[in-house]
Design a protein around this ligand. Structure first.
Ligand code: NAD
Length: 489
């Protein structure tokens, strides 16, 4: 597939594609080649107000919030349109984010799954009723929040938007979408599909591009925004929480992680090695649930690590559009430099097993490629064991006792994902209960489902995405009290 670049991305409000007020633009580039992919609107606070007002009017003036049948139909149609456009969407994801095409296709497929699940739930936004006295009935109505800002990151741009977009729309809200500035085009493509669905009233879905510190902050502070669903970095998440205080809007935060994988000698070794490899290096490690800390029991440490090193050396790194490529570049020069700086710090504190450098040979020099890297004997209190690196860097730590493994696993500020690998079901369940993490996988890793809640313990976030809990995050409860007694009180 070829796409004429640069793609021009406009903002989208009241069902129309619109330019910003200043005429300023910015570009996104392919991190594998440096080529410009898209030119998008560098919007400001006034442009942001325009899209918020569009969302507010649509929420108030249309019957979207009270028409679950239309909402279900619209979400099914959007899923279908995405499926029909999977080649184009995947291609855009790969040239804008750098991930291999097979991974981009998986991202589109999971996003479709998300939409279809919430299309079904759109007709099941139940409240409840309760008899409160012989004359009094309480109706606990579940209503949408209103205008919801969806602020998303660049690492899985479609999926991480679909995760809050699907429940927000299913519950009857209107939304303003703000993508990360590295990936405006793939998100704009999704909005183009929204635009083609007549069941979605104009203004229910709005889209704006621009810097986080103007468009993002305005969306968070705006008095007419009722809720913010933010996915991104912890530091930004803290800022979002502070900025949102003005009108006490509801905020859900999906933040960083530092997932441990704990491998016991009785685990299925070949399955665990495949999971560690994929977990550490999928999306070049730019994944909130990336397996970044591998806790190996001392009895299998050497053999496991040796096999993992061999598999890592065989990984094909390159431009995601090329056949057979398993790992692409990191997103930007600044991200690459941060990863390389953390690798340097690792070299001083642990033993480098493989990788540990920028790849510069041939075409690699055009992009931001970092070799898949493994460190062994990483002390749990070092920078590489504590910080979310967001690059292809795995820290291996040996352990002997369960106590030690749980202490290391829980020893960071994060708590998003973790996995335990053992055939001893008692131990597995005990560990799952002791690990402070929003998801704990047993003998598997990274499986996520639209029907199972996902989110962070500790500093990995607040609120839940996916599942019934994820739908309810985008609703609020109202008690309607009906009294039929002839006298008062
Ligand atoms: P980021 O925080 O830099 O940016 C995320 C979004 O916030 C972007 O759209 C950005 O423009 C916007 N933004 C920036 N400053 C803002 C501000 N002051 N106010 C409002 N919005 C602002 O994150 P990123 O680098 O795009 O994404 C990587 C991070 O996302 C990692 O930490 C990763 O772990 C996290 N993440 C978490 C999950 C999860 O489900 N928990 C999933 C994916 C990524």
């Amino acid at each position: 597939m070829q796409i004429q670049s640069p793609l021009i991305c406009l903002n989208y409000s009241e069902g129309k594609w619109v330019e910003n007020s200043s005429g300023e633009t910015f570009v996104s580039r392919n991190p594998a080649t440096g080529e410009v992919v898209a030119k998008a609107q560098k919007s400001n606070a006034a442009d942001t107000d325009r899209v918020v007002q569009s969302a507010k009017r649509a929420f108030e003036d249309t019957d979207w919030k009270e028409n679950p049948t239309i909402r279900a139909k619209a979400l099914y149609k959007l899923a279908q349109k995405m499926r029909e456009n999977i080649d184009r969407l995947s291609y855009l994801l790969t040239i804008e984010n750098g991930k291999p095409l097979f991974e981009s296709r998986i991202e589109v497929e999971i996003s479709v799954d998300e939409l279809e699940y919430f299309a079904g739930l759109a007709r099941n936004v139940f409240g409840r009723s309760i008899t409160l006295s012989p004359y009094t009935l309480g109706v606990i109505a579940r209503e949408p929040m209103g205008v919801v800002s969806l602020i998303s990151p660049w690492n899985w741009p479609l999926l991480l938007l679909e995760r809050p977009l699907s429940p927000a729309l299913a519950a009857g809200n209107s939304v303003v979408i703000k993508p990360a500035s590295y990936t405006p085009a793939s998100t704009a493509e999704l909005v183009r599909l929204v635009d083609s669905i007549p069941e979605i009233p104009n203004g229910i879905v709005n889209f704006i591009t621009g810097p986080g510190n103007t468009v993002g902050t305005t969306l968070v502070q705006h008095e007419d925004v009722d809720m913010v669903s933010f996915t991104g970095d912890n530091t930004t998440g803290k800022e979002v929480l502070k900025l949102s205080a003005g009108n006490f809007k509801k905020v859900t935060l999906e933040l960083g992680g530092k997932a441990p994988a704990i491998i016991y000698p009785d685990a299925d070794m070949s399955k665990a090695i495949s999971a560690a490899l994929l977990g550490a290096f999928i999306s070049a490690g730019q994944n909130c649930i990336a397996c970044t800390r591998l806790l190996l029991h001392k009895k299998i440490h050497d053999s496991f690590l040796d096999n993992l090193r061999k598999e890592t050396e065989r990984l094909k790194v390159g431009n995601g559009l090329e056949d057979g490529v398993q790992m692409g570049p990191v997103i930007s020069e600044s991200q690459m430099n941060r990863v390389l700086q953390l690798i340097d710090s690792g070299k001083k504190e642990a033993r480098l097993v493989v990788g540990g450098r920028r790849l510069m040979e041939g075409d690699f020099s055009k992009g931001y490629f970092v070799a898949p890297t493994i460190f062994d004997a990483v002390p749990p209190d070092t920078e590489i064991a504590q910080e979310e690196i967001f690059g292809p860097v795995l820290s291996v730590m040996p352990f002997e006792t369960e106590e030690e493994a749980v202490e290391i696993a829980n020893g960071t500020r994060y708590g998003l994902g973790a996995s335990v690998w053992t055939k001893d079901i008692d131990r597995a369940f005990r560990m799952a209960k002791r690990i402070k993490s929003g998801t704990v996988w047993i003998n598997t890793f990274m499986n996520t489902y639209p029907q199972a809640e996902f989110g962070g313990y500790k500093q990995s976030g607040t609120g839940r995405i996916r599942g019934l809990g994820g739908l309810y995050e985008f609703t609020q409860l109202k008690h309607i009290n009906i009294d039929s007694k002839p006298t008062y009180p």
